[in-house]
Design a protein around this ligand. Sequence first.
Ligand SMILES: NC(=O)c1ccc[n+]([C@@H]2O[C@H](COP(=O)([O-])OP(=O)(O)OC[C@H]3O[C@@H](n4cnc5c(N)ncnc54)[C@H](O)[C@@H]3O)[C@@H](O)[C@H]2O)c1
Length: 371
Amino acid sequence: MVEKIKVKLGQGKDYDISVGSGIIKDINIIIQPLKLGDSIFIITDSKVAKLYLDKLVSILKKGNYKEIRTGIIPDGEKYKNFDSYKNLLGKLVEYNKKPNKIFIINLGGGVIGDLGGFVAHTFKRGTKYVQIPTTLLAFVDSGIGGKVGIDFNDTKNIVGGFCQPAVVIGDIDFLETLDKKEIQSALAEVVKYGVIHSEKLLNFLGENIEKVFNFDKDVLLKIVTESYKIKADIVRQDEFDTKGIRVSLNYGHTIGHAIEAASKYRYKHGQAVAVGILCANDIAVKLGLLKKEVADKIENIILKIGLPDKITGCNINNIMKHFWSDKKFITGKNRFVFIKDIGRVIIKEDIDEKLIREIIRKRISKNNLYK
Ligand SMILES: NC(=O)c1ccc[n+]([C@@H]2O[C@H](COP(=O)([O-])OP(=O)(O)OC[C@H]3O[C@@H](n4cnc5c(N)ncnc54)[C@H](O)[C@@H]3O)[C@@H](O)[C@H]2O)c1
């Protein structure tokens, strides 16, 4: 069964997210009515290519396109860079010498979605692209919303833009080959959606964590679909992150990003965000905004997933250095997304640095709790 979620942006930018099990076999039926072009350029990474590229190409071949070419980059965040971008553009410029109308398919996780989306955004001042997420993070977070870009000179996502896909095709069968650590890390974002927007989703996740790790398709479909609906609704209201609505997606990320960077990315994004969520809640409890029992409930779910509640090997001064370079601090003051309760977000600025340091320090452990 296919579930369709509409991302409504207006100005001809609306697009569908199709979610289901085994739906990749229907890709031609999904994309051909969109008239994206007659020639395809698939962008993927080497690991995903080994697993799924042949299968995708053989299905696409039944769609009678003029030509299908591929751009494969090595897998990993360090390849979301200018060299990969240049390499892919080089291939596209060559491809473009033929009188074809090219569109792009991004097959992969968040790295491919961001990089391929940026290529699409800039090639010929905008080329249509199809997003096929293959990691849980790309399903629930990076695969939709249109934020595209690359890292540059060791700064994450510093070069980029907004460019919405023409369609997202989410076949959860891709997730079967994903490492447990990747699933675990992405679940931090699902916790985030649950906490900021849907107690139902949070409770469902809390009750079904084992089933997620056992690849129960019904449970995964529900989690992915609910997350999509929440993100789609937030993106619809604040596409360019300028109205103070999309910023709620930053819950747990203010300290999370600082931990991720201070650990030199030893912590996966979701692991750092998990600790960031706990720190944000600790601060909110200290400020009298949030009841301790609600913070405890969230902490229990994070622990049940197997995400860390403490960090190791990070120095507080280093974390604070990265904290202060947050792109979202617009007026020189820090800015946090807190919750007053589940589903009730509140943005606060200028939180006392002493308090922030005290809270983070309590979450730094000398034991190696997470390997
Ligand atoms: N644009 C956004 O809104 C947004 C939001 C959140 C994160 N991001 C970005 O997403 C990136 C992280 O994404 P990610 O966690 O998906 O990382 P990733 O794309 O590097 O994928 C993680 C690993 O899983 C492998 N992989 C992918 N699909 C697989 C599959 N089906 N089976 C087995 N292995 C598979 C990849 O080859 C890679 O080694 C970061 O660069 C981050 O900045 C973007």
